[in-house]
Design a protein around this ligand. Structure first.
Ligand SMILES: [Zn+2]
Length: 424
């Protein structure tokens, strides 16, 4: 099995090199925006847009011209790659089958700076050769294996990074584990597994939101575009970057832990975009509980479920496991023992108590069991909704003690208070 994988490292830069990097990124942005403007005019006139080959021809003309001669200083391949990316963005934007069919937008200065080398990158222990820029050192945080395919250089919160994409040949393997598990993703517990394990959420944004608010207040008191304003702006960017890094680290550790221990994982097919829609409504028909919903939306988006499911999918694939998405309807209101569905089954957020058979369990674990059962039905019949007979009376047990896992220095570890002893 051939897989593509990326390694991201921070570059060791100096002011002279940074200037060159910004110039290259600036040329790429200029080329993108130039073709974008031409296309905007063509779309307004209801004409066909410029495809890659025509755009590449325009690029060669600009390079020869006196006025846009600065493009000659930049390496040509990232410029062409930018045009290819724009072409791809238009194709995806017009494609009705894409989940996010949105046309490409103009690139803004100071917002994003990035460019990609489709080839010509060489690696040598702790340094990387970037064409036209030379050898650049980087902070090598891990070993790289595989053949280098391309490299993307990007600027984020005051630092330059390089992301090296490699191709690796993985042997086809059988997952060492034989167990399968249902995973319920939530806000109070990040993930609850049907075998009783729960993972605490990290809530990276909540953790730093006071600090962020303070920094943003300080920014509002400064004169716009002054030196102090820029310094403060940089602080805010770094805080946002930190939040994103915390969340990503958490998601990777959790998805690795689950994909190593389970051969098959069932998750709900969640539509995070619909779930986190604003409750504000319109001016004529204002919504209710707008602030409460906004708070919940913040928590939902803080979790990163979409990214988590994506990671779980490819990590299971690499290890020979499998991820299966199941329809999410009523998983939290259904009894995992007798199948009784009622909102009254949830007296509180954390507890599930069946009104029909008296089964009591941690609400998220109960939902995870439903997801697992639903996954089995999807596997067996290829569809959801097959008949499920209630088990005989008397099989509903007392809630079993569950183990809570905490993320600490050694990775994910069980709570030292033991089964059922943890209070969060
Ligand atoms: Zn029941």
């Amino acid at each position: 099995m051939l897989i593509r994988k990326a390694y991201k490292f921070r570059l060791k830069t100096n002011p002279a090199l940074e200037q060159k990097l910004f110039r290259q990124a600036g040329c790429c942005r200029w080329v993108w925006n130039q073709v974008w403007w031409m296309n905007q005019r063509r779309l307004a006139d209801k004409q066909r847009i410029i495809r890659y080959h025509e755009a590449a021809f325009w690029l060669s003309l600009w390079k020869q011209s006196e006025e846009y001669g600065f493009l000659r200083e930049a390496h040509s391949q990232p410029l062409q790659q930018t045009l290819k990316d724009l072409d791809r963005a238009y194709r995806d934007g017009f494609d009705k089958n894409q989940p996010l069919n949105r046309l490409p937008r103009k690139k803004r200065k100071f917002r994003q700076a990035a460019f990609r080398y489709p080839q010509g990158v060489k690696l040598d222990n702790r340094r990387i050769y970037l064409p036209k820029l030379g050898w650049v050192g980087f902070f090598k945080s891990r070993d790289i294996s595989g053949t280098v395919k391309n490299a993307t250089v990007s600027y984020q919160a005051g630092h330059w990074y390089v992301s090296v994409q490699v191709e690796q040949a993985l042997p086809e393997r059988v997952h060492p584990s034989t167990t399968d598990v249902g995973v319920d993703l939530g806000v109070a517990n990040f993930a609850a597994l049907s075998n009783g394990i729960t993972y605490d959420p990290i809530n990276a944004y909540r953790k730093y939101q006071d600090q962020l608010a303070r920094a943003q207040r300080a920014l509002s008191r400064k004169v716009k575009c002054s030196a102090n304003w820029r310094k403060q702006k940089r602080k805010i960017q770094q805080l946002h970057h930190k939040i994103a890094c915390c969340r990503l680290d958490f998601l990777h550790k959790t998805s690795t832990a689950i994909s190593e221990n389970q051969a098959m994982v069932f998750v709900e097919d969640l539509q995070v975009r619909n779930m986190s829609r604003s409750a504000a409504g319109t001016a004529d028909d204002p919504g209710r509980n707008v602030r409460a919903k906004a708070g919940l939306n913040k928590s939902i988006l803080d979790q990163g479920w979409g990214e988590f499911v994506r990671q779980l999918d490819y990590k299971l694939d690499w290890r020979g496991g499998m991820l299966i998405k199941v329809p999410p309807h009523y998983t939290s209101q259904t009894c995992s023992v007798c199948g009784h569905v009622s909102p009254a089954n949830r007296p509180t957020q954390a507890v599930f108590h069946c009104q029909a058979c008296g089964h009591t369990e941690h609400a998220d674990t109960n939902a995870a069991k439903n997801i697992r059962a639903r996954g089995h039905r999807v596997l067996a019949c290829g569809r959801e909704g097959a008949v499920r007979l209630p088990r005989e009376a008397g099989t509903c047990g007392k809630p079993r003690g569950s183990t809570t896992y905490h993320l600490n220095r050694g990775g994910w570890n069980p709570c030292p208070l033991g089964r059922g002893g943890c209070q969060g």
